[in-house]
Structures are given as C-alpha cells and as structure tokens.
Design a protein around this ligand. Structure first.
Ligand SMILES: Cc1cc2nc3c(=O)[nH]c(=O)nc-3n(C[C@H](O)[C@H](O)[C@H](O)COP(=O)(O)OP(=O)(O)OC[C@H]3O[C@@H](n4cnc5c(N)ncnc54)[C@H](O)[C@@H]3O)c2cc1C
Length: 399
C-alpha cells in the first residue's frame, strides 16, 4: 500500500518538529522514529512500519538524510539491513517485539554468523552443530569473517541441526546472545590495518528454544531472506546523483586536473566521464529496482546491484588514487590496528577506500557467485552441476 504523499509528509514533519535531529540524542530520535512507523515504513504496523510501500520507505530515508537525522543503518549496518527484514519475515510476535526497536535505535548491535572456514560461497555446507537438550540448544563450532561481532549484543546464527539429510535441509537459524558463556570473539585484521571482522568460536553455547528463528530445519529459507536483503543493503542504495566515490573523484579532478588542457589531462577527463556515467547508470538501475521491489525477500535484482556496486567501487576508488598521482601512494594514517565501531564500507580517505573496496567483490557473496545467480535466475541459463544435491550432509566428502 502506498501512503498518500501528504500523510507521509505530515508524519515526517511531526517527527522532525517534536524531535529536532540537531538537539535530540540519536537513541531518542530513532526510538521516536520507530514508534511512529517511520523506521521501516514498508514493515507492518507495530513493527516499526506503516504497511507502506518500499518507495515510501525510500522517500523517508531521503527526507531524513536531507536534515542530517541520525542513521540507523550507519549505527547498525547488519542489524538494520539484514536482520530486521529476516525477523519480520520469520520471527515470532515475541521476537519482533523484543528485538526490532533496540536494533533500530542501535542500542543492540547485530552480527551475521553464517560463514565458516570451510563454508563461504557454499555456506549451506556449514558444520557448526546445534543439538537439542531439553528446551535449550547446545551450539559448538566456528564462524569467520563476522563483521562487528566485537560490538554485537546478538548474532543471527545458522547451525546444522540434522546431518542426516541434504545440506540445505538440515539447517536451523538462531538468535544468539554474543555475551553468553562459551562465545569467544577474536579480531581478524584486514589490509587497511583495521579489524572490522572477527572469528567467533562457540563452545557448547546454550541457546533457549524460544530464540530459534523459524522452524527446525528451516534455516535455509531464513538465510535466503537474509542474503537477498544483504545484497540490496550493500549494493541497492540510491545515493544522491554525483555523490559517494564518484563525487570524491570529481573533487580530486577539480583540485588537481581541472585547469590543465594537455593531452594527458584530456585522457584523464574522458576516463572520469566514463566512470561518472557508469556510476549514474548503477544509481538509476537501483532507483528503478527500489520502485519495483516489494517488501519481504527481494528478487535477483539484488545480485545485479551488488555486482555493479562492487565493480564500480573498485574501479572508481582506483581512478581516485590515479588522479591523486604521487599523493595516492601515501597511506592516510599511521596504519593503526583498531577494531572500528562501525563497518568501514566507505571511507573519506581515498587511499584507505581503495584498499577497503577490494573486499567489496567478496563480502555479501563474491562477484563470481553474483554472476552465477544472474546467469541462472535472470538469464535462465543452465544451472551449475551440483553433485552433493541429493547426498546426506554427513556423507559429503570434506577436508
Ligand atoms: C569484509 C568482509 C566482511 C564479511 N562479513 C561477513 C559477516 O559479517 N558474516 C558472514 O557470515 N560472512 C562475512 N563475510 C564472508 C563472505 O560472505 C565470504 O567471504 C564470501 O561469501 C566468500 O566465501 P569464502 O571467503 O569462503 O570464499 P570461497 O567460497 O572459498 O571462494 C573462493 C573463490 O572461489 C570462487 N567460487 C566459489 N564458489 C564458486 C562457484 N560456484 N562458481 C564460481 N566461483 C566460485 C569465489 O568467487 C572466490 O573467488 C565477509 C567477508 C568480507 C571480505
């Protein structure tokens, strides 16, 4: 349902006049935004939404960004973009009531506990076990590349609850307290010098059954909701025209190249223009996709957006470093080994951004995997051979 433009504007005006973003603490502002259904306008009433359309939600985001209102996405990137839609699609009423509001305000940060050392692209092959003991599950295993686990109150974990069936069927999803006994979070340092992500060890961690998300053995459909939303969350935003990395490239060009008219400068200008056009095409494609999108599990357009985002970010940050010339060879800081509080998907310093963007074609599904999805689900090409499709997980050879 699309809300009338006037009704939505009135709600936004009311929020902004009762809680001016410049003088209201972020948690209070975001709490009020949630209570008025403007957190996720496309979610149902009472769950931070108004039952409106995704394009209404896009309008809310644009209007609030214009007045520099606190961003729930920036505070809790995985909770906001991936866990919230999964909770709405698969959670019980009690789970939604308990978790959605503090997730949105950023009082409880979330992480995604999917990947394992032996299960990344093929994460349905995962080996972390959960076994029922009374009304609790006992979880043991290892997760890896867990972004912001060190800041998280809760994690969305997928574990194997039945090894005797095929890999996709034996999975179950859980909402795990990251401070529970037996959870051990250790930093993994990236090429930027920062440890955004972690390896997480689970030693007989007890998870009450009421924190199971979805049915036993239904971890795969739950994961698909998370992954489809992850792709849209990473690649599907619609930033203002000419902003982000291409905006940075334009600034560097203005500063270092704009007054030059020699052949080299003309070639650089042409490269910059091509990059601008590619970034604009990606932005408009995302805009169109967000208009067509329905609430719930997004379709394969998320794979198109994610692939374009990764490739353009890498090309544009590389162009920025080229435009910087010799300056581009200096790293912008003293390379501190820190554990950031927020995901550093984008960065003001183009030299650091250039290094960080290398991960864009891996995180949230690699570009090769995105191409497979586009080939199979958009273009209708034959699927990859899947030799373990009909074999019980416990009988699949693994190293
Ligand atoms: C910055 C960053 C943050 C991350 N955050 C999280 C997180 O918060 N939570 C989480 O669970 N995970 C996270 N990940 C993990 C990420 O989802 C995985 O790294 C990714 O899915 C790839 O898995 P892998 O690293 O095991 O590589 P592999 O799956 O082993 O792939 C290795 C190579 O083989 C290629 N390949 C694999 N399968 C195929 C195929 N079928 N066809 C063609 N090529 C193929 C891949 O494209 C890749 O080039 C993060 C990763 C990064 C880099």
């Amino acid at each position: 349902m699309a809300l009338s433009e006037t009704a939505l504007e009135e709600l936004l005006d009311g929020l902004l006049s009762d809680f001016p973003p410049s003088s209201t603490p972020p948690v209070e502002f975001l709490g009020a935004q949630f209570d008025r259904g403007l957190a996720f306008a496309h979610f149902p009433l009472g769950e931070g939404g108004l039952g409106a359309s995704p394009s209404d939600q896009q309008h809310v985001l644009t209007r609030l960004a214009q007045v520099h209102a606190p961003s729930a996405f920036a505070r809790n990137v995985i909770g906001y973009g991936m866990v919230a839609p999964t909770l709405v699609a698969h959670g019980t009423a009690q789970q939604k009531q308990r978790f959605l509001r503090p997730l949105f305000t950023g009082e409880e940060i979330w992480c995604q506990l999917f990947s394992e050392p032996g299960a990344g692209s093929d994460f349905a092959a995962l080996a972390t076990r959960a076994e029922l003991d009374g009304d609790e599950w006992v979880v043991s295993g290892q997760k890896v590349w867990t972004t912001l686990a060190h800041e998280s109150a809760y994690g969305l974990l997928i574990a194997r609850t039945n090894p005797d069936v095929t890999k996709h069927k034996g999975l179950t999803a859980f909402l795990v307290d990251m401070h529970a006994t037996g959870v051990d979070v250790r930093p993994l340092y990236q090429a930027t010098g920062e440890a955004e992500f972690n390896e997480c060890f689970f030693h007989e961690v007890r998870v009450p059954d009421h924190l199971r998300l979805g049915g036993v053995g239904e971890g795969w459909p739950v994961s698909i909701t998370t992954l489809m939303n992850e792709r849209v969350s990473i690649g599907g935003t619609v930033p203002p025209r000419g902003s982000g990395l291409i905006g940075e490239a334009m600034k560097i060009w203005q500063r270092k190249w704009a007054t030059r008219h020699d052949a080299h400068a003309m070639a650089v200008r042409s490269e910059l223009l091509q990059s601008w056009v590619r970034n604009e095409v990606a932005r408009l494609t995302n805009w169109r996709a967000s208009d067509l999108r329905r609430a719930g599990t997004p379709g394969p357009e998320g794979a198109v957006a994610k692939l374009a985002f990764a490739e353009e970010n890498q090309r544009t940050s590389e162009l920025c470093v080229d435009l910087l010339g010799a300056e581009g060879m200096l790293y912008g800081s003293d390379y501190p080994q820190v554990r950031p509080k927020e995901s550093a998907m984008t960065s003001g310093d183009m030299r650091k951004a250039f290094i960080r963007m290398r991960a864009n074609s891996i995180e949230g599904g690699t570009s090769e995997v995105m191409r497979n999805i586009i080939g199979e689900r958009v273009l209708g090409l034959p699927g990859e051979p899947r030799i373990d499709k009909d074999v019980a997980w416990k009988d699949v050879p693994r190293s």
